[in-house]
Design a binder for this molecule. Structure first.
Ligand code: NCD
Length: 345
């Protein structure tokens, strides 16, 4: 297994991921994907290491997927549940993290509704000169790197299952549709998909896709993004476009990535009604006729059926990659834990 290009202790954001790092994750995940097809779906790679999941926000697939990934790697796993923890007695999050550190945790997988919490814990672990790795499993509106990496793996594996790599997506047209404003999945995906050389077309109502949105990568006049300012990163043009209607994003698209309307994060009335949203931005079979005939549809889940995507389309195995995304999640999270744990073959 290749891990020579891996030097990261923490995975907090994809903003500074290099093409070599993406390829290392993809290739390592492909190897673990093969392990997961065996009768005994387990390897001893992290035997003796402790992985602690700390989810301060609801989750079904991400938390379970990390737990299964850790178990498949033979790690010991602790699942922290905030509602029944000492947080309710006034303990701080940093003290909670230090408690798990004192128990010998090697890796922490953290989700929080506020952006920056995994980063703060990672900084504290570094300040204390520990070797603990922190993985961001979704922080507020900021990033969700493991979801974008599993999306990338799902797409690249469709094109070459044995040798998934970033360059397979070069010049593909990928539409990302829906509540982009509140989506940490979209923010991480923008980094990975634009790094591949794909054309990424964001589409949503103006209230959920303000023009200023492009500025979080780089401010531009025309939405075609310039290379990121970090000089240590490879100098590739990032192709990102914004649309306030569906048609230009879907036209000839190879992939349509739909996003959940994050009603729990909407502080004011940003939409007239869910029915109207579906009429304008819902992905249906009929609308897919605009796309490339081989188009695939994705959704990170959980799905509001009949709102962002029609129910029959979501369940159609010829068009929908939704179940593959969940399956890929275990292999990709195994790859991340393995690499962060200092993976040696
Ligand atoms: C996403 C999340 O939590 O950001 N879900 C996930 O991790 N699969 C997207 C969402 O909640 O809509």
């Amino acid at each position: 297994m290749v891990s020579s290009s891996w030097t990261r202790r923490h995975v907090l954001s994809l903003a500074d991921f290099t093409p070599a790092e993406y390829d290392t994750v993809l290739q390592t995940a492909a190897s673990f994907g093969e392990v997961l097809t065996r009768r005994t779906k387990k390897v001893p790679a992290l035997q003796g290491q402790v992985v602690t999941t700390m989810f301060f926000e609801s989750s079904t697939r991400t938390r379970s997927s990390f737990e299964l990934a850790a178990k498949r790697l033979s790690a010991d796993i602790l699942n922290f549940a905030p509602g029944t923890s000492s947080l309710t007695k006034g303990e701080t999050i940093l003290d909670t993290a230090k408690t798990y550190l004192a128990m010998g945790t090697d890796m922490m997988v953290i989700r929080h509704k506020e952006a920056g919490v995994p980063q703060a814990i990672a900084a504290e672990m570094d300040r204390l000169q520990t070797n603990v790795g922190v993985l961001n499993a979704g922080d507020g509106l900021h990033e969700h790197p493991s979801q974008a990496l599993l999306d990338l793996f799902t797409l690249c594996s469709q094109l070459d299952a044995d040798h998934p790599r970033l360059s397979l997506l070069k010049d593909k047209k990928i539409a990302v549709v829906g509540d982009i404003l509140h989506s940490r999945v979209a923010r991480s995906n923008i980094w990975s998909l634009t790094a591949s050389g794909a054309e990424v077309h964001l589409a949503g109502p103006p209230t959920l896709l303000p023009k200023l949105f492009a500025d979080f990568i780089h401010p531009t006049a025309d939405s075609t993004l310039l290379p990121p300012p970090n000089p240590s990163l490879p100098n590739f043009p990032r192709k990102l476009f914004l649309h306030w209607s569906l048609q230009p994003a879907l036209q000839d698209a190879d992939v349509v990535m739909t996003l959940r309307l994050q009603k729990e994060r909407m502080t004011s009335h940003l939409l007239p009604s869910l029915r109207e949203y579906h009429q304008q931005f819902g992905i249906t079979r009929d609308r897919l006729k605009l796309c490339n005939p081989d188009v695939k549809v994705m959704h990170p889940g959980p799905v509001n059926r009949g709102v962002e995507i029609s129910s029959d389309l979501m369940d159609d195995p010829d068009l929908s990659l939704v179940s593959q995304q969940v399956t890929s999640g275990v292999a990709v999270r195994m790859a991340l834990l393995y690499l962060m744990g200092g993976g040696k073959s």
